[in-house]
Design a protein around this ligand. Structure first.
Ligand code: ADP
Length: 570
């Protein structure tokens, strides 16, 4: 592959010689680039990726900023040559201009905790990582009356929650949080991650962005494009008081541009507004267990009308038995066999843990009288499934899964859900996440297909259905041993087959690991790839040198020969 230097961590190398150089860049050019980058952001904010330490950091709370901690290819495949951390918006603009001048690809990330999808690693080996979160990490504003926050890239869900707590604002507003609270609000939203309060669709709930474009210019989207008449024009643009409606109305005037900055390589987001949920004045999480595997169809048919009508106020999470089992213990605490768990074993786990083969988690928001009314409908509806059992959090004080969800569903972040990654030793994970309509038939068909293939490749099926409003994200967790090359190889082979089989049935993924972006992008090919052609046209117009995240989500700029770079070679 173009530009690959020795990726052998033991080879002697100079202090400023990375494992992998950027494409078409020799060491002398790389050094000149680094010197210039250092003059922009200062030495303490530039790090060459060249030591074992740089690639052995594998903890979620202290993530690697240089490579994918849950790698399925070699550890040093998706890796940066250096990481540069801008101190402010003008630094980001200067770094982009520098990258254009040197024609060196860059890859921005906010926290680097995008686990299961590639972490902080770039798609093109040797790109320069731009660590947006290290220095630009302020909650710029919380408006508890109009219920929004304005944040910088380094604000993670823990930070935003803590800010609300410290400023005694939780009794007024809640921030929605995803399963793992360490991700950044901006990174998670741009990647279209979800949480579980009624504000769980983060992209839907963002409002207004400030973006550095690939040429280094700066814009504000939506109402932010209209200057605030009271703003001090003597200040640099990024410091000028924004329009007072920037975080209140998403669309502004003319084409609505925000979408092109999501899962994209068209700009670096330096500020973003996110709506907060008003404290509902009362809250109750619940769990409903269903005893039989074949209950799935009926459960999903019951969920659809309730969710569309908002009787189910938040995203219901329907877990198969092993999601809870993995939260409670490692695989070897349940079975000695190295074969996928059998029906009797799964039934036994459910019985021992006092849970169902399927377990539905949800929450009700509002004063008691409202919750009582909702609960009477919810309980009556799910009671149609024989053997369904109903619990509130207080009924199961030792249930880790229920307790964790009860927190998450009210915007209290945690990292407890990370525990299930340790199902296998040296746990790594990949997510296969197809979208489908909310019908019993679709749920059953997806479950049958994904379970059959998971087991064929030697993995237990661990999965959940998350019902947005009119669709469901089916999240299949492929848990592998990342220190075992065979386990990694099987995981990678499995997900490739799943993507192809799903596309044959009209199911597409909503998000993907770096290694799979090309394959998935190719499945979205209606009318001779019309959408990809438009994305490429935009890419080449906005970023003619192709320096910002080449290859992200399968969009390759004209400066890269796609056939040489794609990882999908059918
Ligand atoms: P997390 O915030 O969950 O730790 P990352 O920081 O790893 O996630 O970001 C996930 C992905 O989102 C990155 O690989 C990048 O493609 C995109 N991204 C994150 N932050 C920004 C940003 N500020 N501007 C543009 N893209 C970003």
């Amino acid at each position: 592959m173009t530009g690959l230097n020795s990726a052998n961590g033991n080879a002697p190398r100079a202090k400023d010689e990375p494992f992998v150089l950027p494409p078409n860049t020799d060491l002398a050019k790389f050094r000149r680039f680094l010197a210039r980058a250092t003059s922009i952001v200062e030495e303490v904010n530039v790090k060459v990726v060249n030591s074992q330490d740089d690639i052995s950091q594998e903890e979620y709370m202290h993530p690697s900023k240089a490579h994918d901690m849950y790698h399925i290819l070699e550890k040093t495949h998706f890796i940066s040559s250096a990481v540069v951390a801008p101190r402010n918006v003008p630094d980001v603009q200067e770094v982009m201009k520098l990258a254009n001048e040197f024609e060196i690809p860059v890859w921005p990330f906010s926290m680097g905790r995008n686990v299961g999808y590639g972490g902080a690693a770039p798609r093109v080996p040797g790109s320069v990582g731009i660590d947006m979160g290290k220095n630009m990490n302020k909650v710029l504003e919380v408006n508890a009356e109009s219920c929004y926050a304005l944040v910088e890239p380094g604000v993670c869900f823990f930070d935003l929650h803590e800010y609300l707590e410290k400023n005694n604002l939780r009794d007024k507003v809640w921030a929605d949080v995803p399963d793992l609270g360490g991700g950044s609000v901006i990174g998670n939203t741009l990647e279209r991650g979800v949480g579980y309060t009624p504000y769980g669709d983060h992209w839907m709930m963002h409002c207004g962005m400030e973006v550095v474009m690939p040429d280094g210019s700066l814009l504000r989207t939506g109402m932010g494009a209209l200057p605030n008449p009271k703003a001090d024009k003597s200040k640099p643009p990024h410091e000028q008081e924004p329009n007072e409606s920037w975080q209140l109305f998403n669309y502004g005037f003319g084409p609505h541009n925000d979408g092109i900055f999501s899962q994209s390589s068209f700009g670096i987001v330096v500020k973003m507004g996110i709506w907060l949920m008003p404290n509902p004045g009362g809250y109750q999480a619940y769990m409903i267990t269903f005893p039989r595997d074949e209950d799935l169809e009926q459960i999903v048919e019951i969920i659809r009308p309730l969710r569309i009508a908002m009787v189910l106020q938040n995203v219901p999470k329907l877990d198969n038995v092993l999601v809870s089992a993995a939260l409670e213990g490692h695989r070897d605490s349940y079975s000695n066999s190295d074969k996928p768990l059998t029906e009797p074993e799964l039934d036994k786990i459910a019985k021992d843990l006092g849970i169902g083969r399927w377990n539905l988690y949800g929450a009700m928001y509002g004063p008691e009288v409202v919750r009582d009314a909702l609960w009477s409908v919810i309980k009556a509806s799910f009671s149609k499934v024989p053997g369904a059992k109903f619990y509130f959090t207080q009924d199961r004080p030792d249930d880790v899964a229920l307790k964790t969800r009860s927190n998450t569903f009210q915007g209290v972040p945690s990292i407890t859900e990370l525990q299930w990654v340790d199902w296998l030793p040296n746990g790594g994970h990949l997510f296969f996440a197809p979208i489908a309509k909310v019908t019993g038939d679709d749920a059953k068909a997806q479950y049958e297909l994904t379970r059959r293939l998971s087991e064929e490749y030697g993995f237990d099926f661990i999965g959940a259905f998350l019902v947005g409003v009119r669709e469901m994200h089916h999240i299949v967790c492929i848990l592998f041993d990342r220190k075992d090359p065979d386990s990694r190889r099987r995981a990678h082979a499995l997900i490739k087959v799943l993507i192809a089989e799903a596309a044959n049935r009209g199911w597409g993924e909503y998000r993907a690991h770096l290694a799979l972006m090309d394959q998935i992008a190719e499945t979205y090919n209606f009318n001779d790839n019309a959408q990809m052609k438009m994305n490429e046209t935009l890419k080449n117009a906005l970023d003619p040198k192709g320096i910002l995240c080449p290859g992200k989500n399968g969009v390759w700029p004209a400066t890269y020969k796609k056939e040489d770079w794609t990882l999908h070679k059918p």
